[in-house]
Design a protein around this ligand. Structure first.
Ligand SMILES: *Cc1c(COP(=O)(O)O)cnc(C)c1O
Length: 463
C-alpha cells in the first residue's frame, strides 16, 4: 500500500538532471542541488507515509523546483539597499568602508599577531590594541568587545548579578524589546539575574529606585529606548542623580545604550540627538554597552566600557571565552575605531559609510538621481520621476528621526508593482526598494554612488 503511494516520488538523480538543464534556475553545484533535492524528497516521503498528503508527481516536482529557487536566492549575496533605512537589520545593518574592508582582507588571508607580542617574541594579549584605542575614543578607564550588544549585557549581568546578590533594578519605562528575541526581562532571566521593576511606564522617580534597594541589589540597569518613543507626561531621574544614589549604596550603575553614536548625531543630519557612551560615562555610569554595527558603523560586536576593575572582572569570567570576538571582527572593529580617532578633528573626512550616508546632502543625491534617469533614457512600462523622500536611521535607533532624502519613483503602467519589485529583488545584483501607495521607490541615501550604474541598467532592461 505505502509502496504504491511512494511511487509518485521522483528519483533524486533524474530530478537533479532535469532541473540542472532549466536555464531559469540559478546554478548550484551538483553536490548541493542533489543534496537539496534529497532532503526535499525525504520530506515528501515522510509526509506521504504519515498520510498527510497524496500529491501527484507534478505537484512534488513543481514544489521542489520552487523551493530550490528560494534556497538558491537565500545564499548571502550583495544587495543594493534602496529602502532609505540606513541601518537595516534585514540587510546586514552597517556596511564597512574601504579602510576596514582592506584591513579585513589583509588579516584574513594570512597569519597575524592576534595573540603574539612582536617586540618580545612571546605570547601576547588578544585585542590589546583595540581595547586601548576604544578607551581613548570613549574616554573610559577600560573597554573590551564581545560578539554583540546582547552578549555584552548578558556577560555584564552574569558578572555583577549572581548568587544571593542578583537583584537588578530597572525602570518599567525601560523594559524594552529590541527585536530578534531581545527582551530585557528575558535577558535578565537567562543571565541569572532577578528583575526588580520600579516606577510606572511613563514616570519613574529617583525615590522609586531608592526604595527598591535591598542588601541583595547587584546593580541598577538603564536601557536606552532605542526603537520607540515615550512622550507626553513622562519623567525619569537624571543619570547624575542615579549615579549619586548608586554610589551611596555601593551599587554598580550600568547602561545599555544600544546604538553607540560616537558624535552628536544632530550635527550630521537634521535628526534627534542619540546618547553617546562618552556622555554616559561622564555622567557617572560605571559600565556602558552598545552595538558595534549600528550608528558606530563597524562590524557586529558589542562594546563594553567603563571602570577598569569591572571590565577586568568581566574578562575573567569563563563565559567571556564563549562570546569573545574572532580575529576578523577584531580587525574590522580596530580599523573602525582607528578611523574615528583619525578623523576626530574633521569628521566629514570619515570613511564610515553609515556616517557618510547620514551626512550626504539631498542636493548631491538629486544630482545622482538625475544622472541615473538620464542614463535610463526611454522606458515604456513605467513613469519614472525624482521625488523628495524620507530616509530613516533604522536598526532600532532614533524612532522619530526623519532624514530628508531623494528617491527614484516608478509608477508602473506596463507591469504590475509586485512583478517589478520581485524582478529587481531577484536580479544580479539584487535591488530592494519600498512601495508607497502604488509607487515603487528607490531612496538614493542608502544607495552607494558606485551602484548607480547597476540601478540604471536594471531599470532600463526591465522597463
Ligand atoms: C540593538 C540593541 C541591543 C542589541 O544589540 P545587538 O548588537 O544586536 O545584540 C541591545 N540593547 C539595545 C538598547 C539596543 O538598541
Amino acid at each position: 500500500m505505502s509502496a504504491s503511494l511512494l511511487s509518485v516520488l521522483p528519483s533524486v538523480e533524474t530530478l537533479a538532471q532535469q532541473l540542472s538543464s532549466e536555464s531559469s534556475l540559478p546554478t548550484l553545484s551538483k553536490a548541493l542541488s542533489i543534496g537539496f533535492i534529497r532532503l526535499e524528497i525525504d520530506r515528501w516521503r515522510k509526509s506521504i507515509l504519515a498520510g498527510d498528503k497524496t500529491p501527484t508527481r507534478e505537484e512534488i516536482e513543481s514544489s521542489i523546483t520552487e523551493n530550490l529557487r528560494h534556497f538558491a536566492a537565500s545564499k548571502l549575496q550583495p544587495v543594493i539597499n534602496g529602502t532609505g533605512v540606513l541601518i537595516h537589520t534585514n540587510l546586514g545593518r552597517s556596511p564597512l568602508g574601504k579602510t576596514a574592508a582592506n584591513a579585513l582582507n589583509e588579516i584574513a588571508t594570512g597569519y597575524s599577531n592576534l595573540e603574539f607580542n612582536l617586540p618580545e617574541g612571546t605570547r601576547g594579549k588578544r585585542a590589546g590594541y583595540l581595547e586601548t584605542a576604544l578607551s581613548c575614543l570613549l574616554g573610559s578607564e577600560s573597554a573590551t568587545a564581545v560578539n554583540n550588544c546582547a552578549a555584552a549585557l548578558v556577560i555584564i549581568l552574569r558578572h555583577l548579578a549572581n548568587g544571593e546578590k542578583n537583584e537588578v533594578i530597572v525602570s518599567r519605562g525601560e523594559l524594552v524589546e529590541i527585536g530578534g528575541g531581545f527582551r530585557i526581562p528575558e535577558i535578565l532571566e537567562t543571565s541569572g539575574a532577578k528583575l526588580v521593576e520600579v516606577g510606572a511606564t511613563n514616570k519613574t522617580h529617583l525615590s522609586d529606585y531608592a526604595n527598591a534597594i535591598t542588601p541583595n541589589t547587584a546593580l541598577i540597569l538603564k536601557v536606552h529606548r532605542s526603537n520607540f518613543y515615550l512622550g507626553g507626561f513622562t519623567s525619569e531621574p537624571e543619570v547624575t542623580e542615579l549615579s549619586a544614589l548608586a554610589k551611596e549604596h555601593g551599587i554598580t550603575l550600568v547602561e545599555d545604550i544600544g546604538s553607540g553614536a560616537m558624535m552628536n548625531t544632530e550635527d550630521l543630519a537634521p535628526i534627534d540627538h542619540e546618547p553617546t557612551p562618552q556622555a554616559a560615562l561622564r555622567n557617572g555610569i560605571d559600565l556602558v554597552c552598545f552595538s558595534g554595527d549600528k550608528l558606530l558603523g563597524g562590524p557586529q560586536s558589542g562594546i563594553i566600557a567603563g571602570k577598569a576593575e569591572l571590565v577586568a572582572g568581566i574578562k575573567k569570567e569563563p563565559f567571556f571565552r564563549a562570546v569573545r570576538c574572532d580575529k576578523l571582527i577584531l580587525t574590522v572593529l580596530q580599523a573602525s575605531i582607528d578611523e574615528y580617532l583619525r578623523t576626530q578633528a574633521n569628521p566629514e573626512d570619515t570613511d564610515i559609510p553609515t556616517l557618510r550616508n547620514l551626512a550626504e546632502t539631498s542636493e548631491n543625491l538629486r544630482i545622482r538621481a538625475e544622472a541615473i534617469v538620464a542614463k535610463i533614457g526611454n522606458i515604456t512600462k513605467a513613469e519614472l520621476s525624482i521625488t523628495d523622500s524620507i530616509a530613516t536611521t533604522g536598526g532600532g535607533t532614533m524612532p522619530t528621526s526623519q532624514i530628508p532624502s531623494i528617491a527614484l519613483s516608478l509608477n508602473p503602467t506596463g507591469i504590475s508593482l509586485n512583478k517589478l519589485s520581485k524582478a529587481l529583488r531577484l536580479g544580479s545584483p539584487a535591488i530592494v526598494g519600498y512601495t508607497e501607495s502604488s509607487t515603487f521607490c528607490l531612496d538614493l541615501r542608502t544607495i552607494f554612488p558606485w551602484q548607480d550604474d547597476s540601478i540604471a541598467t536594471a531599470l532600463s532592461a526591465l522597463l
